[in-house]
Design a protein around this ligand. Sequence first.
Ligand code: SF4
Length: 498
Amino acid sequence: MPNLSKSRFVSGAQCEKKLYFDINRKDLKPPVSSQQQALFDAGNLIGQLAQQVFQGGLDATTEMNGNWSLAIDRTKSWIQKGQQTIYEAAFSIPNGFAALDILHHQDGERWAIEVKSSTSVKQYHLTDAAYQYFVMQTAGFQPDRFFLMHINKQYVRSGDVVPSELFHLEDITSLVLEKQAWVKATHQQLIQMLEQGAEPQINIGPHCNSPFACDYQHHCWKHLPENNVFDLYSPRGKDWELHNAGILSLDDIPIDFPLNHRQQLQVQGAKHQLSFMDDASIRDFMAPFEAPLHFFDFETLNPTIPLFDGTRPFQQIPFQYSLHVTDIQGNIQQHFEFLPDPSAFKSGLSMADDPRYQLIQQLKSNIAPTGSIVAYNASFEISRLKELAASFPDEAAYLQSLIDRFVDLLIPFKNAWYYLPEMGGSASIKSVLPAIDPQFSYADLKVNNGGDASSIYLAAINGVFQEDWSLTREALLRYCERDSEVMVVVYRALKERI
Ligand code: SF4
């Protein structure tokens, strides 16, 4: 008999085929990425912290080793004995099952509390809360109130984290009640689908990315040709309009279909391998560059639980940088890098021991007093420097002097002043680089994207990183080095052009 857990219900609510694959085609499921693992780990830490807001509870899942019936029996018996708070309270109904983060009894009421690592209530939170309510009610344990306990984005750390201030308890009872008829009907429909045992015939659609990017796109979307309509630059619905009209390839887009300038360049590039260069705009853009050039890149993390006093949840914290210094032709003269030990990232440090302060001090010795500072999507680096200035007011004047020298290498590509067909529909450096120099890539690197770098470093800070740190540290250094080095390659291509 098929059995729906909360996560399976959420999966099936997004797409019945997704739920079918979850159960019957585990071979299609991609392995858990380091970024996903970091999210799970962070979620576990948040869950433990949330329990401190409702202290003294019993955990129904302790030492159960996957035995959910034990957790269900414990929950039932503890409720009957009047236990005020139960963590991971578990409930079952015919064909259904749900575990709740915190079950709490107060003022004669039964509160169901789900903990989320986000800063507001999202629609998809209501889907899983509504399913939990449905299971609890059907099992005979109807909550009086249902709360979502999410992160308070106004929280500013000062000393030890205060869980009751870090979390915000939001009453979503009425929203959950509104969804009960839909939950009941959807539950029946999903069970029927699973009982029939046949793969649902469902086409791809916007649901493949809403509310989550589906894990099975590599399978369901594989019929799409290279250079397809979903590669269109900033499509704003034109991709689905074309797809639904039976047009899959950029080559097949009718000549009279309305496209903006950037999209037209892309389609002409795909159809006829045409490049586009606006030399006058590139020349104007390059005119203010002053040597020595400093090609600069930050890696950052944005921890849910603030690491330092004065910071908020999810505030971006730079933990690493790479800096290539060149002459005006783009000949590399020096390379600098910064990456402290993860153990340095903790609260309660003196200013001198704070890795962010040390980063600023190293910038002072690495960046010359004159010359442009070049970044790709410079607003990101500028925002981090402004945040550092807010944390270290005595350094604000120096950091502002750096901000005043920034130039953004993204601009000629974002504005399509320099467009090669191989860039497709993206101006990101990971698309621009292979178009400019196919020999130069990230493929040889062990860490090859910023998301992984951030996840790995945060896992190391939290003490849950399992692999060899010295090898991983080296991989992080080489990744960040490549980020600033590829900017030099891109700069040289612009320079050669003019
Ligand atoms: S990729 Fe789309 S159609 Fe395929 S299972 Fe996922 S959501 Fe469903």
